[in-house]
Design a protein around this ligand. Structure first.
Ligand code: ADP
Ligand code: MG
Length: 873
């Protein structure tokens, strides 16, 4: 609270908790509400649109702002707060307010942050939810660790390259919801700024001090082979988890991101430009993405795995080949693939269930769901048993069965019938927890005795309508309707009078009531303790359940690839160690879905040693960008292990994929689009090598003709001579194509257009050679620009073409002279009027006096127009 804080014991207690949980939004339980006070109350009111009230006045008569949410709806509000990037501490009452002396004791019982939630309601979908930690050493080296506690997956490794960019690249495919950062030597402003820019919706925090290595999860190999910086990232991440989700920490397992940690590096821009999991246009958040169009998975782990594979493609020939073998095998099953996918679809998200159990955020019914889910996964095993099955499927089959000890534990403990969602008991099968059974049988015995008492007292008194009832305030009672009151015996004591009856109790009834209450409380307590002990036993297998879910996800993603191969005619690409890239009749996997048969397939042929650079020219709308994206997506698919939309494909392994597409993403970033383009290209030129694939769209477009053209040429030259990456460039500068002819590793191509009397027809077919006209005016006509404007543009175009605005090296002199002429006509020439007047002066026609006067006047003007500090008269 920033104001001169009003003070009451309750507010003091709140301030104490706030002090112990800095940076948290503290939700403070008061009665039926979770309240916040002061600045936090204003924030809560604003973010959740709840009413801002005030508490007080205190002893001094001050009031403090207050806002709260009802405790029964707190999950909904938590989801919204965490979604907005807040870190929330729930401070609950930890003793019964009725028995509290003075202030009720309150403690923080739960901390919820965007990267550490396990509740489905807050997660909002099956996709991975990463918490990451990045560490920079101040010398340009960096490392990251990232964990999805809902699936148990923990990845780590060095940055993809030097400096902040290298770290951002490593993090980009993970899209963390929360990022901890630490810069060993500097204040980290550059790192934090970069993270903020690339992950605008993630919550950022400085990383806590590292946990001791001994406290890392047991599943971490003692020697991970990782460098000290990576270990530091691990340990800082672990420290954060110990503070937020201590119960889950022991169950997390280090997982390889790609075999040998190697993956096809896609930086954040490439992920965006290729629209792999998110559409590029922020105004169209439901725009088509590669993931959505390829998503033939049928389970949450499958969807998660597919998304991960597409954003983290492999760069390891063996691993790619193994996935392809599995896809091939599943595809060849024909209709059998559908049977398998149907069986798969019965497996729920057991990974998240396990994490919720370990985090003690599960309802009792979820244990039954876990049992059913594991059984469904185990039923898949015989379906994979096949002597010819490739190694990946064999490995998956081995991982699909949960440990027998867990299966037996669940069978022995849980009742046969699953609990209804929202039902809390009975939780155990009879015989599993004897103490609970003991209390339960005492309870039923007491209830039976109550029923017997009703009968015997009715007989003894002759009151046939005698009923034993129960209410919250008076407990059990014998109820006698008015006509029978005379028969009430003397040993009954009256308790309550209601409209048509009197209610009584007896010693025996009170004793039974005590017995029922004790038995219930005993059962509840014993069940709670036995449940916790049972969960502790289940905990031992959490990592194993995560492994089952991983196997389910892998199988489902492979089955999805096989399904694409079956239904969309994808073929198995040859991925090898060459530097070639050959695609016959390639199709854009997303656009093909929208256009169907209207989509025009195209070939690609690049070779790192020979012709490695393709320059596309052609008018707008001819299909240049589509073609370039298609090349990138096919390589990405091939290295994810998928088959590809083509008649044939051979891909020489690519280790880095760079793209630079259009200039839409400059908007709202406070940089000129040209500066953004150039800094992106600079990055590419620095980081790309001869195993890279470079796709540059509309190079040099963001500036005036000569700059852009010259830069485009220099960039192209560098890619060709120095980087030697396989590259496709699209350009508006058809002047470039003349120069390309001189480069042995470069080739021109364009997308064919047919000019017809009615206008242009785009054929979208790639043909060799360049086009010499940009045809922009024709495209403008298509777009409906009025005829007079078009005619004017056409005239201007002809004149410009006739004047030949060319590269300096071609017809540079003319351009240079033109520039000079413009400079000579400088309108700021201050002596021009003086010269003109001198010129008009005619000495022959003036008298000597007149001449002298005119000269003096001119002299005076000349002196006054001289710069200050000039000669004095
Ligand atoms: P450019 O980059 O040359 O301006 P685009 O790649 O943006 O052109 O393509 C423009 C439009 O042309 C696309 O939206 C699509 O509808 C169509 N198109 C592009 N390539 C093809 C193709 N191979 N087959 C059919 N239609 C295509
Ligand atoms: Mg384009």
């Amino acid at each position: 609270m920033s104001e001169a804080a009003p003070s009451t014991p309750l507010l003091d207690q709140y301030a104490g908790v706030k002090a112990r949980y800095p940076g948290h939004l503290v939700l403070f339980r008061v009665g039926d509400f979770f309240e916040t006070f002061g600045d936090d109350a204003r924030l809560l009111s604003r973010e959740l649109d709840v009413v801002l009230t005030a508490r007080g006045p205190d002893a001094r008569g001050d009031r403090v702002p207050m806002a709260g949410v009802p405790h029964h709806a707190v999950e909904t509000y938590l989801a919204r707060l965490v979604g907005k990037g807040y870190k929330v501490a729930l401070c609950d009452q930890v003793e019964d307010a009725r028995f509290a002396k003075g202030l009720v004791r309150r403690e923080v019982t739960r901390v919820v942050t965007p990267g550490t939630v396990v509740e489905d309601r807050i997660l909002g979908g099956p996709d991975h939810s990463f918490l990451a930690c990045v560490v920079a050493d101040g010398d340009g080296a960096g490392a990251f660790a990232a964990v999805d506690i809902t699936t148990g997956d923990w990845f780590h490794g060095p940055a993809d390259g030097p400096d902040v960019d290298g770290l951002l690249s490593a993090l980009a495919p993970l899209q963390p919801r929360e990022i901890l950062w630490h810069d060993v030597r500097t204040d980290g402003a550059a790192l934090a700024g970069g993270l903020r820019r690339e992950h605008p919706s993630a919550r950022l925090e400085t990383a806590p001090p590292p946990l001791a290595e001994a406290e890392l999860p047991a599943a971490f190999p003692a020697e991970t082979g990782a460098g000290p910086l990576v270990v530091e990232a691990d340990r800082r991440l672990a420290a954060y988890l110990r503070a937020t989700q201590p119960r889950l920490l022991p169950h997390l397992a280090l997982v390889a991101r790609g075999p040998g940690g190697r993956r096809l590096v896609l930086d954040a821009k490439t992920l965006r430009h290729l629209e792999i999991v998110r559409p590029m246009n922020p105004d169209d958040p439901r725009g088509p993405t590669l993931l959505d169009r390829l998503d033939e998975t049928v389970t949450p782990p499958g969807r998660r795995t597919l998304a991960f594979w597409l954003t983290n493609p492999l760069a390891d020939l063996r691993a790619i080949g193994e996935r392809q073998d599995a896809v091939e095998h599943l595809r060849a099953r024909g209709a059998g693939l559908e049977t398998l996918r149907r069986a798969l679809s019965e497996v729920p998200d057991v990974a998240r269930t396990a994490s919720r159990i370990a985090g003690r955020r599960s309802r009792p019914g979820e244990l039954s769901a876990l049992r059913a889910g594991l059984a469904a996964a185990a039923r898949l095993v015989p379906r994979l048993a096949d002597p010819g099955a490739p190694p990946v499927l064999e490995r998956i089959a081995r991982s699909l069965a949960a440990p027998p000890a867990l299966v037996e534990l669940l069978r022995a403990a849980l009742p046969d019938a699953a609990l209804e969602p929202g039902d809390d008991g009975p939780r155990f099968r009879a015989g599993y927890a004897p103490e609970v059974d003991g209390w339960r049988s005492r309870e039923s015995a007491a209830l039976a005795a109550l029923a017997a008492l009703e009968r015997t007292e009715a007989e003894r008194t002759g009151i046939r309508t005698l009923k034993i009832g129960y209410n919250q305030v008076f407990g059990y009672y014998l109820e006698v309707t008015r006509p029978h009151l005379a028969r009430v015996p003397a040993d009954w004591r009256r308790r309550q009078t209601v409209a048509q009856a009197e209610r009584y109790t007896t010693d025996r009834l009170e004793a039974l009531e005590r017995e029922v209450r004790e038995a219930r409380e005993g059962a509840e307590e014993a069940e709670g303790a036995a449940w916790e002990q049972f969960l502790t036993e289940v905990d031992r297998h959490v990592a194993a359940v995560h492994a089952v879910a991983r196997a389910v996800g892998e199988l489902d993603a492979l089955a999805a690839f096989a399904r694409l191969a079956q239904t969309r005619g994808y073929v198995r690409p040859t991925v090898d160690a060459s530097r070639g890239l050959v695609i016959r009749d390639g199709r854009h996997p997303v656009l093909e879905q929208d256009l169907g048969a209207a989509f025009v397939p195209n070939d690609t042929e690049l070779d790192g040693a020979g012709e490695r650079l393709l320059v596309l020219t052609g008018p707008n709308m001819s299909g240049k960008s589509t073609y370039m994206r298609q090349v990138g997506l096919l390589v990405l698919l091939a290295q994810s292990g998928s088959f590809v939309p083509a008649r044939f494909a051979r891909v020489g392994l690519v280790t880095k994929l760079f793209t630079r597409m259009g200039f839409t993403d400059a908007i709202g970033r406070g940089k000129s689009s040209f500066l953004v383009e150039m800094s992106e290209v600079a990055e590419i030129l620095r980081d790309a090598d001869d195993r890279s694939l470079v796709l540059l769209d509309e190079v040099g477009r963001g500036t005036s003709t000569f700059d852009g053209l010259a830069l485009a040429w220099a960039i192209l030259r560098h890619l060709h001579d120095v980087t030697r990456a396989r590259s496709v460039l699209a350009t508006h500068y058809h002047q470039l194509t003349e120069l390309i002819a001189a480069l042995p590793g470069a080739r021109n191509a364009h997308l064919a257009v047919r000019e017809e009397p009615g206008g242009l027809v785009f054929l979208h077919r790639l043909v060799p050679g360049s086009t010499d006209r940009s045809l922009g005016v024709h495209v403008a006509r298509l777009a409906g620009i009025p005829d007079d404007v078009l005619d004017e543009a056409d005239r201007l175009l002809r004149r410009l073409e006739a004047d030949g605005v060319r590269l300096p090296s071609a017809r540079g002199k003319r351009a240079a002279r033109y520039t000079q002429a413009v400079l000579l006509a400088d309108p700021a020439d201050s002596e021009a009027p003086l010269r003109a007047e001198l010129d008009r002066l005619d000495p022959e026609r003036l008298a000597p006096e007149e001449l002298r006067a005119a000269l003096r006047a001119l002299q005076a003007r000349a002196r006054s127009s001289r710069p200050p500090g000039g000669d004095a008269p």
